[in-house]
Design a binder for this molecule. Structure first.
Ligand SMILES: [Zn+2]
Length: 217
């Protein structure tokens, strides 16, 4: 099975689509053909120097290798207060909207904030929540808003069954990209699909997600 161009969220440096924090991005040399997703991670919101952070972010959006903003979002268990995280998130969503770039979110519990901001910003480019493990009711709300849901090694099977075909993404997150095989196998099993068909679907969805922005990928 061809596993190229399927993994939507991976921190392993050899990934085809690599997610980096702003700190990691500074000075990073991407490998030939490698695409990057860059943003201020919610966990980094406590120590960040906001001016420096947004300086790096504005460099990143003009870098042809950077194809999406992320992972950005809200995590009440880490980083700055939720209010401060929401403020930093709004700023980054404005940058993403102005640059017409897709956004990858890291959301813990506070899907209400995501849905509120999504309704407010009405982005023309696509949004995705990575490492999606929430309940089926949350998946239904995200599906109504047209937000992609990216499924990794740990997931809620009832939720995975009901994600609309066109909004399903797959990821390895902290694991090497080759581990996407195991994610494909597990998700195909839950959804009653052939692994090859799921791989093709996830690849096509990721392509559409990335191409929703102003840069063609
Ligand atoms: Zn991540």
């Amino acid at each position: 099975m061809n596993i190229k161009d399927i993994d939507s969220h991976c921190h392993d440096r050899s990934a085809g689509l690599l997610t980096l924090t702003l700190d990691e991005y500074r000075g990073y040399e991407s490998a030939p053909g490698q695409k990057l997703v860059v943003g201020l991670h919610p966990w980094d919101t406590l120590e960040c120097d906001m001016y420096e952070a947004f300086d790096i972010l504005s460099d990143a959006i003009t870098d042809p290798n950077v194809v999406a903003i992320g992972e950005i979002g809200i995590d009440p268990l880490h980083g700055a207060s939720v209010e401060r995280q929401e403020q930093l998130l709004r700023y980054q969503l404005q940058v993403a909207a102005d640059a017409r770039m897709p956004v990858v979110f890291h959301i813990v519990r506070r899907y209400d904030i995501l849905l509120k901001l999504h309704a407010e910003f009405r982005p023309v480019s696509a949004s995705a929540v990575h490492g999606f493990r929430a309940k089926p009711e949350v998946a239904a709300q995200l599906a109504d808003a047209g937000i992609y849901m990216s499924i990794g090694p740990k997931f809620n099977a009832e939720t995975v069954k009901m994600i609309p075909r066109e909004l399903l993404l797959l990821e390895t997150d902290e694991l090497p990209e080759s581990e996407i095989r195991n994610v494909i196998a597990a998700v195909a099993d839950v959804r009653g699909m052939r692994q090859g068909a799921l791989a093709d679907l996830a690849r096509e969805n990721l392509r559409r997600f990335l191409n929703s922005g102003a840069k063609s990928v």
